[in-house]
Design a protein around this ligand. Structure first.
Ligand SMILES: [Zn+2]
Length: 272
């Protein structure tokens, strides 16, 4: 399995599917694994890595949000202390997400040596800017709705590691399943965190991490421009220039479908 970033304390694995990332922070005291995913062979690689790195340490498993691609590895890591947002716990669509993992495996003839289930969360994060100490590290969490309803931003302040889930991707424009207004608010939260100058590395759910602050800011600008463009198109009734958008992205068929879904969400939101 590809590792797009490796340092003594941080490894970012990358799946061959949708370039989905799985992040692992390792210290002398604990191991924190984020969104372990996709294929059985990839999960095995991450399991082996975590097992080798976690002897005698606390083991934590964090979910950035409940989209099925991010929870599909849950059952492979029993005994880990789980962390996610309170909304993830209260999610009325929990069963829908679980059913999507089951349907996806069925569709692709995938067998796993662990059961698929919706994650049970031991540590639910309810507030915004909530602090948590894990081992020697200070973490701060921010609610991140917009992409979906239950997103969570995870900032390891001690090491400058910001894990954002499905925001600020360099290979996807915003996928807005939940709300444009909430998505914009989350971009504002990200902008504030990045402006603190404390972020050394930003890890997105799909695509490349970045250690460059200008690149982080560029991604915010680009995503705002997309949201504005969709809103303008919906409010004015003028067509959105999808071909122009796709000059910056690689997969026009599937991304066309996501863009169409965004337009439906925008119509619902802006036309009342
Ligand atoms: Zn995702």
């Amino acid at each position: 399995m590809k590792r797009q970033y490796t340092s003594p304390h941080l490894t970012v694995f990358e799946s061959e599917l949708f370039r989905t990332t799985s992040t692992c922070i390792v210290t002398d005291a604990y191991l924190l694994l984020v969104d372990p995913n996709w294929l059985p062979s990839e999960i095995k690689t991450i399991q082996a890595f975590a097992a080798a790195q976690s002897a005698g340490k606390e083991k934590h498993l964090l979910f950035t949000h409940s989209d099925y691609d991010h929870i599909i590895g849950y059952g492979a890591f029993p005994g880990f202390k789980t962390i996610a947002s309170q909304r993830f716990v209260d999610n009325p669509k929990a069963n829908e997400q679980l059913q999507q993992t089951i349907a996806w495996d069925d569709e692709h003839y995938i067998r796993r040596d662990y059961p698929l289930s919706y994650p049970t969360i031991q540590h639910a994060i309810a507030g915004d800017g909530q602090d948590l100490r894990i081992g020697p590290d200070d973490y701060r969490f921010y609610q991140a709705p917009g992409h979906n309803y239950d997103g969570l931003l995870t900032f390891n302040r001690s090491r400058g590691i910001l894990i954002v889930g499905d925001y600020l991707s360099n290979i996807e424009f915003p996928y807005v399943y939940h709300s444009f207004a909430a998505y914009r608010a989350t971009l504002n939260t990200l902008e504030t965190i990045i402006a603190s100058g404390e972020v050394q590395i930003l890890i997105t759910g799909h695509g490349d991490h970045t250690t460059n602050r200008e690149e982080m800011e560029r991604r915010i600008c680009k995503d705002r421009a997309y949201l504005d463009g969709v809103e303008t198109a919906v409010r004015s009734g003028q067509p959105f220039d999808f071909a122009k958008l796709m000059a910056g992205y690689d997969f026009p068929i599937v991304m066309g479908a996501f863009h169409e879904k965004n337009l439906l969400v925008a119509k619902r939101e802006f036309e009342g």
